[in-house]
Design a protein around this ligand. Structure first.
Ligand code: MN
Length: 294
């Protein structure tokens, strides 16, 4: 089942063809703030699953293609991300800061954006903004010190995620936290639809050029262990998002580009890149040249 947010904060369920609005079941009104109805839907999904399946059979809904899709979880308790987590990307970055020796870092929740939003480049002359093609894990239930063998019980679903990044040596959190730097979508696919989390293909194109492709079998820290490691430090909550790391092929995006990400059996989304006028500050005044290790 696909779980999504649409048309200014409404909650929807979808079979891939139509959307049935379930906002009222979770007390979601268009002016609700903060927008955490989806967190409740995720927490209570087990109790609603049969009802949702019945609604998808009985209700006409509206065509999925007709709605404006928004980021699935706009106010998670945490947006966690693993650094270099594929060996080929470690090589191109000449990086020793691998996921298995660093653990997770955080991005600002406000960097989350939706599958039909633009990626806004900050006005930072002399800096490259790179795409990182990633899979998002959406946590489904609260837990601490979760064993790897039980970790998949805590994964509610999967989504496409772009971890946009200003290259440089400044604080990673700051370089990755600009508004629109974490597009997630186009929806959440519930975990039961992913037969083997250790075998998920993903691809990323800029315009028509294939820039990144990988399979989760090539992860340094796999999905079970990412959940386990994160939960050893932090209580995980329904709606928490984990960005699982990117493979080789990161590169800059320019205004006018369209970035497309596809995760097999999850979905595909295409986002235009636009030049913004905001974002300059003294931190990024010094130019930085990105040199790919060979
Ligand atoms: Mn990343």
């Amino acid at each position: 089942m696909k779980i999504l947010r649409f048309n200014q904060g409404r909650l929807g369920i979808s079979d891939g063809i139509k959307v049935v609005d379930v906002s009222h079941l979770f007390g979601v009104t268009p002016d609700a703030w903060p927008p955490v109805g989806i967190n409740r839907l995720i927490r209570d999904f087990g109790a609603h699953r049969a009802q949702f399946e019945a609604l998808l059979k009985s209700e006409p809904g509206v065509p999925l293609a007709s709605v404006h899709l928004e980021t699935p979880v706009p106010w998670p308790n945490k947006l966690m991300a693993y650094p270099v987590n594929y060996h080929d990307h470690a090589k191109e970055m000449a990086s020793k800061g691998l996921a298995n020796v660093q653990g997770y870092f955080l991005k600002a929740n406000s960097s989350l954006s939706g599958p039909q939003d633009d990626i806004e480049l900050p006005a930072l002359a002399g800096r490259e903004v790179h795409h990182e093609c990633e899979i998002a894990l959406i946590i489904g239930k609260e837990g601490r010190q979760i064993l790897p063998e039980q970790a998949l019980d805590y994964v509610f679903g999967y989504a496409c995620l772009l971890d946009m990044t200003i290259r440089g040596k400044e604080e990673r959190v700051f370089r990755k936290s600009y508004d629109t730097f974490t597009p997630v979508g186009p929806w959440i696919v519930t975990a039961d639809e992913i037969a083997d989390p250790g075998n998920i293909d993903m691809k990323l194109w800029v315009n028509d050029e294939l820039r990144q492709q990988a399979n989760t079998r090539d992860l340094i820290v796999d999905i079970r262990n990412m959940v386990s490691i994160a939960s050893s430090a932090s209580t995980l909550y329904p709606g928490d998002v984990i960005a699982t790391g990117t493979p080789a092929g990161v590169d800059k995006v320019l205004p006018g580009d369209v970035v497309t990400i596809e995760v097999a059996n999850v979905g595909r989304m295409s986002l235009p890149v636009v030049q913004g006028s905001r974002g300059a500050n003294i931190v990024f005044e010094k130019p930085y040249e990105f040199v790919r290790a060979s």
